[in-house]
Design a protein around this ligand. Structure first.
Ligand SMILES: Nc1ncnc2c1ncn2[C@@H]1O[C@H](COP(=O)(O)OP(=O)(O)O)[C@@H](O)[C@H]1O
Ligand SMILES: [Mg+2]
Length: 295
């Protein structure tokens, strides 16, 4: 099979691993930097170019690994492949939905998937009420499109929450306010879903001086056994966002697991080294299965 791996760098771990496995399984795989792609619309079939090379009919399937900074363009390229009938491990719409935490939580909430109490607004005139609606401080304030724990702030008092929220509103920065789940204890669960199945999960534990359990913030990782409910949440979330491959982040609260966010291009390094599971191979297997079905 001919596979296009949309990624800005052939040197990053996840890209390397997927390419390696695909080749070992006998496929042709090419890393395509989507930021160097253009699409030509108009007369005839829409054409996709990588710089000046026509790659419209090059691939049976694509695996998008779209970085947070180039989501919009990346999703447009994925959309074009989709419209041209090429199988993608992530739908363009799913990539866009997962990029924004509010959009994700709106969809999760509609599907009755448990999430932390969350509020979004732009109104600087009633911040106190907004905090009160959430049940008071402590609250977590997040950039709607943040990643790696950057732009996730814990405000323990009303005073600090008000000043932080006010600043963001006045700067015209899209945020959300969330109830702080104290009992999560600086831990979260990353569940890796491929093709409607949970294939690996790990627990991440924040460094002592932090509440954020992002690996990029120095969190430690360990294998974890997840409950049926957690498994169900992860599968539903991937399904409703339209993602064949997804990293689902949950925290464990007193009331049970709560979904925090969904990653449409989840990194493979932490999950593979922690669990010893060959996640890259699972992704390629999924592509094989789906493309076979399609043809
Ligand atoms: N409402 C919350 N209560 C407790 N901890 C939280 C809450 N929201 C986020 N966190 C912690 O902060 C981390 C980063 O938040 P997250 O929403 O996943 O943003 P990012 O996209 O930056 O990873 C989470 O992994 C979790 O450890
Ligand atoms: Mg996260």
């Amino acid at each position: 099979m001919d596979i296009g791996l949309l990624s800005q760098s052939a040197a990053v771990y996840s890209t390397k691993r997927i390419a390696e496995e695909a080749e070992q399984m006998g496929h042709y795989i090419e890393v395509v930097d989507h930021t160097k792609c253009s699409v030509k619309l108009g007369s005839g079939k829409p054409k996709i170019y990588l710089v000046d090379e026509d790659i419209t009919d090059e691939f049976h399937a694509i695996i998008p690994r779209i970085g947070a900074n180039v989501t919009r363009h990346g999703a447009s390229i994925v959309k074009q492949f989709e419209l041209n009938g090429v199988f993608s491990t992530a739908r363009a719409l799913g990539i866009v939905r997962a990029r924004n935490k509010v959009r994700t939580l709106q969809i999760m909430s509609r599907r009755q998937i448990p999430i932390p109490e969350t509020l979004f607004s732009v109104n600087p005139d009633n911040i106190e009420e907004q905090i009160k609606i959430l049940g008071g401080t402590p609250v977590v304030i997040k950039l709607q499109e943040g990643t790696h724990g950057l732009g996730v702030i814990l405000a323990e008092t009303k005073k600090s929450a008000k000043s932080i929220i006010d600043t963001f509103y006045k700067m015209d920065t899209s945020i959300l306010i969330q109830k702080f789940i104290t009992e999560a204890n600086g831990e979260d669960i990353r569940i890796f879903v491929v093709g409607g199945q949970v294939i690996a999960s790990m627990k991440r534990t924040s460094p002592v001086e932090d509440f954020r359990s992002n690996v990029h913030r120095g969190a430690g990782t360990a294998s974890v056994k997840i409950s049926d409910k957690e498994q169900h949440i992860a599968l539903e979330a991937a399904k409703y966002l339209g993602l064949g491959v997804a990293g689902i982040d949950l925290i464990r609260s007193r009331k049970g697991p709560l979904l925090l966010e969904v990653n449409a291009s989840p990194g493979l390094h932490g999950i593979e080294t922690t669990t010893g599971i060959n996640v890259a191979r699972e992704i390629v297997r999924y592509v094989e299965k789906q493309s076979r079905k399609k043809r």
